[in-house]
Structures are given as structure tokens and as C-alpha cells.
Write a protein that binds this ligand. Structure first.
Ligand SMILES: [Zn+2]
Ligand SMILES: [Zn+2]
Length: 350
């Protein structure tokens, strides 16, 4: 079969590799769709020390069980369409025992420790099958839209664990890429009074306007977006500010935009080569703000994400904007970088 194999920085050739053969307890999926994650783009551009090449990338997938050696104890059978919670926590460490399994000290992850789904077939190792990491898709939502369960689960981790947005809150989101848009939708579903999105790209803002948001604001060099946010919030600032981009100045802006007693979420990390931001921490002092981050997702977040997608109440159809055959996977990265695409889907079987 042909697979996109990561060999190192800017090396992602489509190569012939063997269809995985199964051992006891394992399941083979035929991949219907695998979406390209911001993480895939970062790995492609900068490399990733956690990934030992050669490795098939691709972790936002939906597929059909075509072979199973997992016996009767598995919760899926041949013919089932499934999505997978891609993290396998150890279940034993301090953080797993505290219910924070995304922070597990010895977790493994599909597409990092095992081959992923930028290939026509993906093998699900036995411990994942036993852990109940495969979730059956019961509705007819297309594979590319169900593939959003993984990033949506990461978004829900931030909301369910810490942000707790409700009817009393106004929300500002900096970064109108796919993650920012998903934060906007979830904030609205949580009951937010007002949701605004900010970005440097007019193209991304125009697309974000097509979702259920109250307004979009262009981030400008001269800082005029900060005044605009003051106007929009009646001089109060927002109750919740979510930074959905990997930009230090956006993290600084978040503290400016935040109102008193605000919750501030730094969703994306900064580049490892330059992870520092200059923040006016007096905002935290005088406004009693809380700053938090979030990393990956727990199984409960993934369960909620796939259930929300299956409910049909999530505008998944508007988030997957581009489709490419596997051979053209490298074209996905510039589409994401320019803001032309929100989510790019690869259909490895095409
Ligand atoms: Zn992802
Ligand atoms: Zn653990």
C-alpha cells in the first residue's frame, strides 16, 4: 500500500509499504479519511524529537474495521465504522490516578509510537483495543467530518476541565484557524452571551464570520484591535479569552483583552526554539485573572467530542474545507499556512 512516511524535517514521501499484519488482540481499519493536524504541519516543517522516523503520520482519522483478531471482548466488529481515541495512558501513574490521564507520565500515542493513518490501512494495537479506544460511528456523518473528533476532544478538554463557560460569559478567541473556530462553536454551545474572534488574516476572519459568532476583529500592528475589544465589551473586557494560535504577542494581547476575574486559556504552545512571551502580569494582579493551558485530551473528552459530532449539532461540514489525495499531502501545509484552508482532509484510499 502507499503511505505518507515521515523521514525527517520536510521529508514526507509517499512510499510503498506493507499492509500491516495483525497479531492477537489487534484490529485493522480501512482509512476512509484522515485530516491534517497543525501538529502534522509542525512536525513536517520543524521535525519532532518524539517521533522516530520512519513513521506514518496522521492521527485524525475515521475508518472501517476490515479485520479483527480481538475476539469477543472487543467492542467493535468487522464492518463497524469507528473513530479512535489515540492516547493510551498507563492507568497507574499519579496523574492517571487523579483523572488527568492526558498528563500521563508514560502514555503512548498513535502516529507517534505506532504508525498512523496517512495510509489506506491502519493497525490498532491490542492495548488500545482492550482500553476501549475505538468508538463506533452510528450515524451517516461522512468520515472526514468524524475525523474532527480528535481535535474537538482537545478543545473540549480545555472547556470541560477549566473554562466552564456559561450563560454569564463573554468570550474572545484569538486565532481563527480550525481550533479557534471549534472553540467558538463550543463556547456558543456552552451558552456564552457573546463570542468574538480575532486574527491577523482577513481571509480567516471572513470564513469565521460564517459561523455563529457575534463579530470578528482584525489584529493590527498598531494595537487598534485592543481598543476595538474594549468598545465591544463596553469597556469591561472579555470574561474568557482563548489563545488558539502559537504566537507570543497573542498571549500578551489576551491579558489586555481580559476583563476582571477573567479566565485565560493558552491553547497552543509556542515554538520550542523560542517559547517565551512578555506579559504584563499586572493584569493578573489587578484583575484577578486565572491563566491556564491545556494539552491533548482525556478519553472522556474524546467521548464527548464524537458524541457531539454524531448528534449533528456541530457544523463539521463547514470546517473540512479541502480534500487532497494522499500523493498531494504536502500541498496541505501551504494551504493551512496561508489560511486558505481550515481543515484539509486526505482520503488515502482514493
Ligand atoms: Zn490533531
Ligand atoms: Zn499514567
Amino acid at each position: 500500500m502507499k503511505a505518507a512516511v515521515y523521514l525527517g524535517k520536510e521529508q514526507l514521501p509517499v512510499q510503498e509499504i506493507a499492509v500491516p499484519s495483525l497479531e492477537d488482540g489487534e484490529v485493522l481499519l480501512k482509512v476512509g479519511a484522515c485530516n491534517v493536524c497543525g501538529t502534522d504541519r509542525r512536525t513536517y516543517r520543524n521535525g519532532d524529537k518524539k517521533i522516530q522516523p520512519p513513521r506514518v503520520l496522521g492521527h485524525e482519522f475515521c475508518g472501517t474495521v476490515v479485520e479483527s483478531r480481538s475476539g469477543a471482548d472487543a467492542n467493535v466488529k468487522v464492518g463497524d465504522r469507528v473513530v479512535q481515541y489515540i492516547v493510551l495512558p498507563c492507568g497507574e501513574c499519579r496523574y492517571c490516578k487523579r483523572g488527568r490521564s492526558n498528563l500521563c507520565l508514560s502514555r503512548t500515542t498513535m502516529a507517534y509510537h505506532y504508525d498512523g493513518a496517512f495510509a489506506p490501512y491502519v493497525r490498532v494495537p491490542a492495548p488500545y483495543v482492550r482500553n476501549g479506544s475505538l468508538f463506533r460511528v452510528e450515524n451517516d456523518l461522512p468520515d472526514d467530518q468524524m475525523g474532527l473528533a480528535e481535535p474537538l476532544g482537545c478543545v473540549i478538554n480545555a472547556h470541560a476541565s477549566r473554562l466552564n463557560i456559561g450563560l454569564e460569559d463573554t468570550v474572545a478567541i484569538i486565532g481563527a484557524g480550525p481550533i479557534g473556530v471549534m472553540h467558538a462553536v463550543v463556547s456558543r454551545l456552552q451558552g456564552a452571551q457573546r463570542v468574538w474572534m480575532l486574527d491577523v488574516s482577513q481571509q480567516r476572519l471572513d470564513r469565521a464570520s460564517g459561523f455563529d459568532v457575534d463579530g470578528v476583529v482584525r489584529v493590527a500592528q498598531d494595537g487598534s484591535h485592543l481598543e476595538k475589544m474594549q468598545d465591544l465589551t463596553g469597556g469591561l473586557g472579555a470574561d474568557v479569552v482563548i489563545v488558539a494560535c502559537s504566537v507570543a504577542s497573542a498571549q500578551a494581547d489576551a491579558l489586555e483583552i481580559a476583563g476582571k476575574a477573567a479566565r485565560i486559556e493558552f491553547f497552543g504552545g509556542l515554538p520550542k526554539s523560542n517559547p517565551s512571551a512578555t506579559l504584563n502580569t499586572n493584569h493578573l494582579h489587578y484583575k484577578e485573572c486565572v491563566v491556564t493551558g491545556s494539552y491533548s485530551e482525556k478519553m472522556s473528552d474524546f467521548q464527548a467530542a464524537q458524541a457531539l459530532l454524531q448528534s449533528g449539532r456541530f457544523p463539521a461540514d463547514k470546517i473540512v474545507t479541502h480534500h487532497l489525495p494522499l500523493e498531494r499531502i504536502e500541498e496541505a501545509f501551504p494551504l493551512m499556512e496561508t489560511g486558505e484552508a481550515l481543515k484539509v482532509c486526505i482520503r488515502p484510499g482514493d
